[in-house]
Design a protein around this ligand. Sequence first.
Ligand SMILES: Cc1cc2nc3c(=O)[nH]c(=O)nc-3n(C[C@H](O)[C@H](O)[C@H](O)COP(=O)(O)OP(=O)(O)OC[C@H]3O[C@@H](n4cnc5c(N)ncnc54)[C@H](O)[C@@H]3O)c2cc1C
Length: 404
Amino acid sequence: MATKPARLTVQVAIVGGGPAGLTAAIALAEAGVATALIARPIVPDHRTTALLAGSVTALDTLGAWARCRPNAAPLKTMRIVDNTGRLIRAPEVSFAAGEIGLEAFGHNIENRHLLAALEARAGEFAQLTRVDGEAREIETTSDAVVVHLASGTSIEARLLIGADGRRSMCRAAAGIETDSSRYDQVALTFNLRHTRPHQNISTEFHTGGGPFTLVPLPHERSSLVCVTNPDDAGQLGTLDDASLAEEIERRSHSILGKISIEPGRGVYPLAVETARQFARNRIALIGEAGHAMPPIGAQGLNLGLRDAATIGEMVVGAQRNGGDPGAPGLMARYDDARRADVKSRTFVVDFINRTLLSDFLPVQGARGLGLYLIDRIGPLRRTVMREGVGPAASQPRLMRGEVL
Ligand SMILES: Cc1cc2nc3c(=O)[nH]c(=O)nc-3n(C[C@H](O)[C@H](O)[C@H](O)COP(=O)(O)OP(=O)(O)OC[C@H]3O[C@@H](n4cnc5c(N)ncnc54)[C@H](O)[C@@H]3O)c2cc1C
């Protein structure tokens, strides 16, 4: 990677060095687009990400997966267990990747390993200039965007990709509003060691407070995402490691045997937030800058990587045709291309979460019947599995293993 001058002109600037921003930077640089990545230092967390099959294919196509693979566990079976204890309960449902011809639905990896792999790959391109620091101000004109950093450096680009997370300043600079709603729930996260093998099965216990999901990691380890109400999370938070391990073993019905808790607990308030437009005024949003949702069904970053792949594909196409990567037509096409995927997944995740929280019997009945039908009707079951892994109708090229 080149070193930074005080004023830099590139085709595309990206704000945000999280997984979505890094993936977009790699995709563009690999296709020869002059790109600048403006990134604050990463604050390490102990979360993991279940990357679904299309995301794994995309990272492989971009040359980043080989560095992830040793630290990732395949997810071969997804199991849903109704643990609500309510009058109407859904049947236990298991989905095997082999039923839709896949070896695994995806792979689960700790975010620190994913980010390290992406950073290492990003460091291999002369076309990619990494500018460490904080974007402070964004100016848009009819033919360019200028990002001013706290350090005094300015970067001018034809297109700005906003990969700067939930409180996106790029989104604000584009004049894009969001629709949002909060839940009275948080996600408590940490990783565990256990004495029984997970057999590459991810288990989602549906509880009245939200899903409690154990996701395999390599060896006898798993990550836990426990969605619950803030009081319960507060109580769990007061427990020392040994007491917490006992409580988690109880809640998971000892399916993983004896548990020990690894250092690094996280608490994330849950909300749905969707940008009303995904691109405007030469600024395109990817990842959580465009959409945030509860961690149910591993959709968040998988959507974010499809955003990165889609904008990458459009920009590379424009560059090859001598076009402008920030032109209003391209902004409108990107907005259109991402709308159905983001909206449909946000709807499903929100619906599942709300039906779990509802004490209204007909709602619980509908949820139970839905899972029963999915379990019993083969074609429906396979359609749900395929759709869960990625949108059959519109997978970007990188997700199909095609270079840009
Ligand atoms: C508990 C939990 C579990 C999850 N599990 C999964 C899962 O299994 N599968 C899945 O697909 N998704 C999952 N998600 C969602 C996933 O974590 C997010 O979608 C993903 O982290 C978003 O990545 P991002 O790159 O868009 O944003 P971020 O990771 O938030 O990165 C944004 C970056 O921009 C930087 N930034 C912000 N402003 C500026 C600025 N002004 N200047 C410079 N830099 C800036 C930030 O410092 C940050 O580094 C989960 C989420 C939670 C909360």
